[in-house]
Design a binder for this molecule. Structure first.
Ligand SMILES: O=C(O)c1cccc(C(=O)CC[C@H]2O[C@@H](n3cnc4c(=O)[nH]cnc43)[C@H](O)[C@@H]2O)c1
Length: 247
């Protein structure tokens, strides 16, 4: 099974790669490569799993462009959006993990007198991508993460009012981040399934950048990927059998 894992920044990619590195191996080898467009990509091989960890940039557009570039250059079975994110209190405190059961474009649409209209409500496309349900459930179980919708926003929430508005529109949301939906759009264009995993660095709410617990979140991200390997291998095996069965 070959998986593409897309992060926004190098620190997130390093955590993912460290989590996927067997204990006896040097976590910085092999050296990362550079794809056209200047994207950094590094490879991790586990028995039954080849994982390419890509640094795609911040925001849904950068993430979609980077993901589409990598998907055009190699064959993958699964695409994963991974990184840190804001957690909705009290369900997702800093240091915890959230596995998406839906990847939601939360600010893609139009404002009207009666509130926000998503692109699907406007008839222009879709605002939700769903991961394979069993894979997301198993990933949440293995990592101890919360299985919940993850919102993709272009602007980090910075006020209590905006947090309350998002929570009212998406009462089950576990986290917000800036890339998942972009990664999912590129994966869907290639007919590939998508998964999103976020390690919570901060609460969704009034901006307090000094309070972001980035170190804890990056450690949680590495820990999540340490236990995710076997889940991905198992799912990849089932997926391959189904593909062969259906010709
Ligand atoms: O400064 C650092 O050391 C550092 C290390 C890793 C990541 C960062 C980032 O700033 C990544 C930006 C990234 O974070 C996601 N994120 C985190 N919290 C939120 C949030 O509350 N709302 C939306 N996005 C959030 C986002 O996906 C960005 O890509 C810095």
């Amino acid at each position: 099974m070959r998986a593409l894992i897309v992060t926004a920044v190098a620190a997130e990619a390093d955590s993912v790669a460290a989590g996927l590195t067997p204990p006896h191996q040097d976590p910085v080898t092999p050296e990362p490569r550079t794809l056209p467009g200047g994207y950094r990509i590094s490879r991790r091989d586990l028995p039954g799993l080849a994982a390419d960890v890509l640094v795609g940039g911040v925001g849904p557009a950068a993430a979609a462009a980077a993901t589409a570039t990598a998907l055009a250059l190699a064959d993958y079975s699964l695409v994963i959006s991974a990184g840190i994110g804001g957690g909705f209190a009290p369900a997702a405190p800093p240091g915890s993990l959230v596995v998406a059961d839906a990847l939601v474009a939360a600010d893609l649409g139009a404002e009207g007198p009666d509130g926000f209209l998503s692109v699907d409500a406007l008839g222009f496309g879709r605002s939700v991508h769903l991961p394979p349900a069993e894979l997301a459930a198993r990933a949440a179980e293995a990592t101890g993460g919360l299985l919940a919708p993850v919102l993709t926003v272009s602007t980090v929430t910075g006020t209590a009012a905006r947090a309350a508005e998002l929570a009212a529109r998406h009462p089950l949301a576990g986290a917000e981040a800036m890339e998942g939906f972009g990664v999912a759009e590129a994966a869907a264009a290639h007919g590939l399934p998508v998964l999103e995993i976020r390690a919570v660095s901060n609460a969704v709410g009034p901006r307090d950048r000094d309070a972001w617990r980035i170190g804890d979140a990056l450690a949680a991200l590495a820990g999540g990927f340490r236990v995710l390997g076997p889940v991905l291998v198992h799912w990849g095996g089932q997926h391959e059998q189904q593909r062969q069965h259906h010709g």
